[in-house]
Design a protein around this ligand. Sequence first.
Ligand SMILES: [Zn+2]
Length: 86
Amino acid sequence: MLRNQLMGEAMKTDLQGHAYAELNKLKSGDKVKADGGFPCIKKDAVLEVSADETGELFIPCTSGRHYVEGQLDDDGNSLIGLYPVS
Ligand SMILES: [Zn+2]
């Protein structure tokens, strides 16, 4: 939190204060955890991020590829419903 305040960025969190994954920090091979808001992904599933042929990032879901940009908040960086896994 402090680091982001120093950088002058507002960090998006869910109602419990957990920070969402951020598109500009995500890369192929990273893992993210899903919340319970996806019809196509189990709650708390930990998924590996992959990049398609054009470099777009996605996670696997029951319909195939779930592109993370579909989760973008209107801040253009926070990925709603996905949490970083370290
Ligand atoms: Zn999906």
